[in-house]
Structures are given as structure tokens and as C-alpha cells.
Design a protein around this ligand. Structure first.
Ligand SMILES: [Zn+2]
Length: 434
């Protein structure tokens, strides 16, 4: 392996160089303490009430790639929604949950959905990967689940969000999006429809083309990003499914619920077509007297890393909402102009520290566009009092800042353990034998 050897020798040469030695000496700074940041921590609100029902959603993704050419690739995606009530929460041991208690909860309170995408070099008779993946996205959102458990709920939720189904004046057609056939930004569907014809070229379009995932695909190639974007959409539809249900059937129950999504309350790039209607919904619900308690929890990424820097010196029992300039300068270290996340996000970034062991980054809806981060205030965060009162009851003691419902949803959604990655690999080998 000549290339490898060369690079290792080169590495040694670099270390010998006097300039590099001098520079590296300066890099070492054993007395480094994080400079006190400009974060303005405030006391945690303490007037809230504990929410008695907690829903959580999570997803996982496993891409299986053949190690030899032509590198066939299939992605498996699984998402889960679970419900925990106060009784179930109180019965769970926060250090080491009893596996049987967990099994009972999962059997009765969890829904999951799984699907698979051919990404590259997988043959589907008479069809391109481009159209196959589009159809799979559509059929997957329509999934009825095992034993019809899901009952097509994700599709109904998607229509409810995309057409403003919650509004007294829903949209009479979908907001125009890029057509997968003529590529003009003229594709739309009339109210309530799932599929139809592009008004411009007459090609068949699905409501799920609205996500624009086809923009990143070619005839016989789909990037891995398509699968992770689908997962993100599915997790979002999952967590909004109980909201839609209660909104239509028993609205008062929403006042007792906390909705927890793993990851930020954000939909990247073209998926952001859903962020605007979601923000409108939170605003509408609030104006009609329903403060819906939802959080997204970030356990990785720039904001989480930043919390590790500033959280140590923050007082216990405090909350910090970064404004736009703080996010641009201290978290992103970027010169980007404009308001952070104003198109993609439907929640504001919030740092919370209960004590030295339990601190976290959560996203909380405000119902506003990103302009909110110009002048953030705790009072803009929807249902923050109840959220802050509830989180200590669902903290898991297994990991720092971990939330029990997310851990459980993750256990259901996890593809690396169930079914095992090995099984998926075997399964995909049979699938792709042609
Ligand atoms: Zn068209």
C-alpha cells in the first residue's frame, strides 16, 4: 500500500519541521477555561403544571452498501411514535428500566413504520430509480403499518398540515412546487388530493413530491440524503399525528400533553415547505387558547456542542434563549446575513440547565418566523411553563440530559438492534440478487 506509507512518512516529516514545532507549542494551553460567554441566563419559570401524557417520536436509518462494485445501496428507515402516561412514567425505574415493564408499554403504546429505498444499482423492472423512489415515498407516507396499526395516519396528517386542514379556511390547493417531470415550479394539487396531474405538463404527481426530494436524484441514482430526509419528514408526521387526532376529536386533552421529537424542530432545504404551515398552526392554536407543548431535543450538533462550553458555568435552574447575533457569532461562527432558521425552523433554540447533571438543548415553537430570535423572550415560547415543570419528571438518569420517552422511542425505532443490521444486510442481499 504505497500511498498509505507515503502519507505516514510525510506525517513524521511535518512533525520535525521547526515551524510546525513552534506552532504546536503555542497550541497547547493547559490553563484553558471557556471564556465567559455573552449568554444571558434567566431563572427557570416555576409556575407551570406537570403534563400528564407524553408522546415521543424518533427514527433510525441504516444504509446497506455492497462493498464491491457496482456498490449496490439500499436504505432502511424506521420511525416510531410512543405514548407514555403519568402512571407508566411513575412505574419506570429511571436508572435501569425493567425490560418487562418496557415490553408492556411498547406493546400497547407504540406505533412504528418502516420502509426501504433503492438508492443505487438496484434493479426494478421497467422503472428508473428516480420514479421508484418517488413512488416509495408516496406509498410509505400512506403506510398502514403492521396489522393496519397506522391506518394511513401519516398521509392524513400530511394533508392536514399541507392544506391547513386545521384552519376554518383551508387552502384550496397546495402551494406550488417543482414538478418532477417538467421541472417548472407549477406543480400543485386541489384541496385534499394525494395524487393528480401537473397542471403544466400533465405528468403524474404525488403530494409527497412537495418535499422536493427528487431534486437531488437522477434517473438511476438517489443520494443517501433522500433516506435521511424521508426519515425527518416521517418523524415530523408521526409526532403531529396525535396532535391532529386530539385537535379534531377531543381538543381539551391537548392541554395535558407534551410532544417530544428527537432532534431539532426544523426541516431542511425543500422540506421546509412544511415548516411554514406548522408555524401557522401553532400560532392559530395559541390564538384560540391552546398552547401546545412541544419540544425537539438536540443531542448532537453545533448547539449541543455549545452547551458543553457554556453550560458548566451557568447557574442551576436557569434558561437561556440565544438571539440572532449570538447564534451567528458564538454558535455558528459565521458571517451569514439574515435571520437564522427563518424558513426552516418551527421552534426556537433554548438552553436549559436544571442542575450540573441535567442540562439540554431544546427547541420550542413560538408560532413566529425566525424574526423572533431578533428579540427573544421567554414569554414567546409556547407552553414553556408547563414544559419546564414536566421535563424533570421524564429525565432519564442513564445519560446526561436524556429524556426517558426519547430513549424508549429510540429503542423501538432503532434499526441497529432490532432487527439487527446483520439481518438487514442478509435481507438486502436476497433482494438484490437478480
Ligand atoms: Zn409538470
Amino acid at each position: 500500500m504505497p500511498a498509505e506509507r507515503a502519507s505516514k512518512l510525510g506525517h513524521l516529516e511535518v512533525i520535525k519541521c521547526p515551524l510546525v514545532q513552534k506552532l504546536c507549542k503555542n497550541f497547547e494551553d493547559p490553563d484553558y477555561t471557556p471564556k465567559s460567554s455573552n449568554a444571558v441566563w434567566q431563572k427557570l419559570p416555576n409556575k407551570g403544571q406537570e403534563l400528564k401524557i407524553v408522546f415521543s417520536s424518533d427514527g433510525s436509518l441504516q444504509t446497506i452498501e455492497a462493498p464491491q462494485p457496482p456498490y449496490k445501496a439500499i436504505a432502511f428507515v424506521k420511525t416510531a411514535l410512543m405514548k407514555l402516561d403519568q402512571y407508566a412514567i411513575s412505574k419506570l425505574d429511571k436508572e435501569a428500566p425493567n425490560p418487562f415493564a418496557l415490553r408492556d408499554i411498547m406493546e400497547h403504546s407504540a406505533l412504528f413504520h418502516s420502509t426501504a429505498f433503492p438508492l443505487r444499482h438496484v434493479l426494478i423492472q421497467g422503472k428508473t430509480i428516480y420514479n421508484t423512489v418517488r413512488e416509495i415515498i408516496y406509498e410509505s407516507v400512506k403506510d398502514t403499518g403492521l396489522n393496519d396499526a397506522l391506518d394511513g395516519a401519516m398521509m392524513n396528517t400530511l394533508k392536514w398540515i399541507a392544506y391547513d386542514g386545521w384552519s376554518p379556511e383551508p387552502k384550496d390547493h397546495l402551494e406550488e412546487f417543482g414538478c418532477p417531470h417538467c421541472h417548472q415550479n407549477k406543480a400543485t394539487l386541489p384541496f385534499g388530493e394525494e395524487r393528480g396531474q401537473c397542471p403544466n405538463c400533465g405528468g403524474e404527481i404525488f403530494i409527497t413530491d412537495l418535499f422536493g426530494l427528487h431534486l437531488a436524484m437522477q434517473e438511476d441514482y438517489a443520494p443517501n440524503q433522500v433516506a435521511s430526509d424521508y426519515m425527518s419528514v416521517s418523524e415530523t408526521l408521526m409526532i403531529f399525528t396525535p396532535i391532529k387526532y386530539y385537535w379534531e376529536n377531543n381538543r381539551e386533552i391537548i392541554r395535558d400533553c407534551l410532544f417530544v421529537k428527537d432532534g431539532p424542530l426544523s426541516l431542511r432545504a425543500t422540506l421546509a415547505k412544511l415548516s411554514a404551515p406548522i408555524r401557522r398552526f401553532f400560532k392559530f392554536a395559541k390564538e384560540n387558547g391552546f398552547d401546545i407543548a412541544m419540544i425537539g431535543q438536540e443531542k448532537t450538533g453545533a448547539f449541543f456542542d455549545h452547551l458543553q462550553l457554556i453550560g458548566q458555568n451557568a447557574p442551576s435552574g436557569s434558561i437561556f434563549i440565544p438571539d440572532n447575533s449570538y447564534i451567528r457569532n458564538e454558535v455558528q461562527h459565521s458571517n451569514l446575513l439574515g435571520v437564522y432558521g427563518s424558513d426552516t425552523n418551527y421552534g426556537a433554540k433554548v438552553f436549559v440547565k436544571y442542575n450540573d447533571y441535567h442540562k439540554m438543548v431544546i427547541n420550542v415553537p413560538t408560532g413566529e418566523r425566525g424574526e423572533f430570535v431578533e428579540h427573544p423572550s421567554i414569554s414567546n415560547l409556547i407552553a414553556i411553563d408547563n414544559i419546564i415543570a414536566t421535563l424533570p419528571k421524564i429525565l432519564s438518569n442513564r445519560y446526561e440530559g436524556a429524556l426517558l420517552p426519547v430513549e424508549l422511542a429510540n429503542g423501538i425505532a432503532s434499526l441497529s438492534t432490532y432487527p439487527s443490521a446483520k439481518v438487514l444486510e442478509l435481507f438486502s442481499q436476497t433482494l438484490t440478487k437478480s
